[in-house]
Write a protein that binds this ligand. Structure first.
Ligand SMILES: [Zn+2]
Length: 467
């Protein structure tokens, strides 16, 4: 290995120093209190690479330091010692992962005589929110696939898993109150039991990933309304939108949301959907029209917005922050909005003070084909790896937006993506996205990225199971 500029995501600072450390001489791993498992993980992963870090050797010290920011780390390599320092356990976890990348590249031709150059790597994320959304409503994925996705996210230092669990085709979180919802078959039958959800959430937490589960309303609810036509404007022709006026709808949704929130005790943010509702049923519904007039509203979209604000207020009453997809209507300020239709909406929403997640479809939707050769989504625009890498529309407004922009999130919708194709859709674009989410603009460089990715790919790092 010639230098330390081999990591993904690319570090903010690399300072070279004279000398090398022989990787076969490393050992004597130590960890701070409360982070003992990182030692076991490092020893196990080094073992996969053919190294024995259980031996007495040049010490690898992991420490926590109050002088380093959260999620940030410093790796100092000298011939006599390696120190991995984290600002918090998440930072130490990422530092350990970065050091494992260095080991993986160092032993690319075998362990004998392999060395890592001395120096110091310091790194810190650009955004505190680095998200990936998986649609488990259209095609459901096995628990193993979801864990594989989470493990890859952790390797790439992505820290928010937005889990799209409910849509017209499926209701994938177990409901004991309304078990009929779990009979929806969508493109594939199935749902996640409460125990499986806990298993996935625990796995995410171990990898410093926050889970934001999503339940959809008032649209995208065709399957649910076929089972509960009394909640639609016209029970004879229920369609896919809840009636905005019936009090039974609110009672039903409040029970359902309460149960849903209870399945995710660690999630302090819940996504309420809110996108792509059609007004056709509301326009013809006497109850919706009457409520609109009673409230003094002139547009049915305002009634929809009222409904969503009420649901968001209910979520807040449970101690959870709501997120909604941005549809052009302004949500109450404490609701986080996810901008997906156009980069201009980022600017448009700025004056309203809502915090934002950036997911504009033509730059961050991974169901779009990666190359024109992908034959199965040929009506969609192509979104190639460099397109994801070079997504920087927020750069021009970053100062103006400030803390209101939580960060970017890339999304995989699965209408045409069965379980076995999920990882193929993510690679390599999720890797490119990791630098968009983690690296300051000055650190990003497409040619450097492809070189680093090629070396890590050749080294087998992406396939390494253990973490
Ligand atoms: Zn109605």
């Amino acid at each position: 290995m010639e230098n330390l500029d081999v990591l993904i995501p690319r570090p903010q600072s690399i300072v070279a120093a004279p000398g090398v450390v022989k990787v076969e001489s490393l050992g004597s791993v130590s960890t701070p209190q409360g982070c003992e498992r990182f030692g076991g993980e490092l020893i196990r992963n080094a073992g996969v690479l053919g190294l024995d870090l259980t031996q007495e050797g040049v010490p690898v010290k992991m420490i926590l330091s109050s002088e380093i920011k959260v999620e940030s780390f410093e790796i100092t390599i000298t011939p006599d010692e390696v120190t991995i320092a984290g600002g918090d356990p998440a930072g130490l976890f990422y530092g350990k992962g970065a050091f494992e990348q260095l080991l993986c590249i160092a032993v690319i031709k075998g362990t004998r005589g392999s060395e890592i150059p001395c120096g110091k790597v310091s790194d810190s994320p650009r955004f505190g929110y680095r998200g990936f959304m998986l649609d488990s409503a259209r095609h459901i994925q096995s628990v193993d696939t979801v864990k594989k996705v989470l493990a890859l996210m952790a390797k790439l230092r992505l820290n928010v898993f937005h889990w799209h669990l409910c849509d017209s085709q499926g209701f994938r979180s177990e409901s004991k109150l309304f078990p009929e919802l779990n009979t929806l078959a969508g493109m594939t039958p199935g749902y996640y039991t409460a125990a499986e959800i806990k298993e996935i959430c625990d796995f995410a937490a171990e990898h410093f990933i926050t889970v934001i589960p999503e339940i959809e309303m008032p649209g995208h609810s065709k399957g649910l309304l076929a089972l509960h036509p009394e909640l639609a404007c016209d029970p004879e022709n229920p369609g896919k939108e809840f009636c905005l006026a019936k009090k039974e709808v609110r009672e039903f949704l409040e029970k359902l949301i309460t149960e849903f929130v209870g399945l995710f005790p660690a999630s302090k943010i819940i996504h309420l959907g809110g996108d792509e509702a059609n007004t056709e049923h509301w326009d013809k519904c006497p109850a919706c029209q009457k409520l609109m007039k009673d409230k003094g509203l002139s547009d049915i979209r305002q009634l929809e917005n009222d409904f969503m604000n009420d649901m968001a207020a209910f979520v807040r009453s449970l101690g959870v922050t709501p997120v909604t997809w941005f549809t052009g209507s302004i949500m109450e300020e404490s609701t986080i909005i996810q901008v997906w239709r156009s980069i201009w909406e980022l600017k448009e929403t700025l004056s309203h003070g809502n915090r934002m997640i950036f997911s504009v479809h033509d730059q961050l939707y991974l169901d779009y084909p990666c190359t024109a050769a992908e034959p199965f989504e040929n009506w969609m625009p192509v979104l190639c790896e460099s397109g994801v890498y070079n997504t920087e529309p927020f750069a021009a407004w970053e100062e103006e937006i400030g803390d209101l922009l939580l960060g970017p999130e890339t999304c995989l919708w699965t209408e045409t993506v069965p379980d076995h194709r999920v990882m193929a859709k993510l690679m390599p674009r999720l890797v490119a996205f990791s630098e968009t989410a983690w690296c300051p603009i000055a650190q990003k460089d497409w040619f450097s990225y492809t070189k680093r990715k090629d070396v890590l790919t050749a080294g087998g790092w992406f396939e390494m199971e253990a973490l």
